[in-house]
Design a protein around this ligand. Structure first.
Ligand SMILES: NC(=O)c1ccc[n+]([C@@H]2O[C@H](COP(=O)([O-])OP(=O)(O)OC[C@H]3O[C@@H](n4cnc5c(N)ncnc54)[C@H](O)[C@@H]3O)[C@@H](O)[C@H]2O)c1
Length: 330
């Protein structure tokens, strides 16, 4: 079966997703694209070797020959697109964040449940081999009970007032950096903790991108139901210090940590063992392949709307914590 896909939004990140569909061409084909900017839609249609073009995704949902949609819109438009696609009985891959509020999340969950479609959150960094192996080692109990997890995603963003677009406006992005790039270390934390978030506290800062409504940097602490405590550092203001790991997990028997392409397993009092992986060119190719397989084989994605909502709870809890200067129970 070839899974037929319709793109909703054909801007920047659509280019990376298109490469994923081209790499999965044995099992998937983009047959329709939609964007309010015709030029963007035409470019993506050309890249996939031809597709029906729509300016209104609702018309695409009603008329195009598609099994699934890939939602690649600015954040404030995610909820309406998910609900419309679910009502049209299309399976859904949705870029982060799932949506912007817990009311929106409830509407998303209801639409997905009532219409029996699969929703996969496009949490592409879960497809980094080192993080999947870390999860596997944790499941095997290699370091025993987990005490602390740290995830980081920080870089020097060159945004200027004139090119930040919808990301500069709180109501369109849903906050600031934390609900955008900060979404990645948040879902990585959830994946590694493998437990429900229970409490969150955060400090937000604006170090450099003063023209944004929201924060350019966030430090977040999360306590999970299983007792593990997570620490997220995320920023568009600065490159991380040279020694900063991408993620680390510390437990009863030792620690597991990674800077990207390798995984270190260090049992207490011993030298670390290193597991190396081939460098990953792009995580979008395995992400799209996984979505196509989930739709074709009716398999549950790693993160559905269930985990998408938990990530959103962490982020919205962090915003509330910073605003109200307190620890927030989730
Ligand atoms: N996973 C990642 O690493 C990653 C990286 C970048 C962006 N993203 C996510 O991808 C999504 C899109 O980001 P982007 O950088 O591509 O944004 P973008 O602004 O480049 O593209 C958005 C596109 O949506 C179109 N659009 C706007 N309103 C529309 C509507 N009503 N109907 C149809 N199309 C409409 C715009 O014309 C534009 O082409 C966001 O959710 C963002 O967080 C993820």
């Amino acid at each position: 079966m070839t899974v037929k896909i319709g793109l909703i939004g054909c801007g920047g990140i659509a280019g990376a997703h298109v490469k994923g569909y081209l790499a999965a061409s044995e099992n998937a084909k983009v047959t329709a694209v939609s964007d309010i900017v015709e030029e963007n839609a035409k470019r993506r249609a050309q890249e996939v070797g031809g597709a029906q073009i729509f300016s209104d995704y609702n018309v695409m949902l009603a008329e195009a020959d598609i099994d699934a949609v890939d939602i690649l819109l600015p954040h404030y438009l995610h909820k309406d697109a998910i609900v419309a696609a679910a009502k049209a009985k299309k399976h859904i891959l949705c870029e982060k964040p799932l949506c912007l509020t817990l009311d929106e999340a409830a509407a998303v969950k209801q639409a997905v449940d009532e219409n029996g479609v699969t929703l996969m959150c496009a949490h592409n960094q879960l497809f980094i081999p080192a993080i999947q192996r870390a999860r596997q080692l944790l499941d095997e109990g290699v370091i025993g009970d987990v005490y602390q997890i740290r995830t980081t995603d920080s870089f020097y963003h060159r945004f200027r007032t004139e090119d930040i677009g919808w990301r500069g406006h709180r109501e369109l992005i849903g906050g600031g950096e934390l609900i955008d790039t900060g979404y990645h270390p948040s879902y990585m934390l959830l994946y590694l903790a493998n437990s429900k978030p229970a409490q969150v506290t955060a400090l937000l800062s604006k170090h450099r991108l003063h023209f944004m409504d929201g924060e350019d940097t966030a430090q977040v602490l999360v306590r999970f139901e299983n007792g593990a405590v997570g620490n997220i550092v995320t920023s568009w203001a600065f490159e991380p210090a040279g020694s900063t790991e991408r993620f680390s997990i510390t437990g009863e028997g030792g620690s597991i940590y990674s800077y990207g392409n390798e995984l270190y397993v260090k049992m207490r009092g011993k030298e670390p063992e290193v597991i190396s992986f081939a460098p990953v060119e792009t995580t979008f190719i395995p992400e799209i392949a996984d979505f196509v397989t989930c739709v074709r084989d009716k398999r549950r994605p790693i993160h559905t709307e269930v985990e998408g909502i938990q990530v959103l709870q962490i982020i919205l809890g962090a915003y509330r914590s910073d605003e109200e200067k307190r620890i927030v129970d989730l």
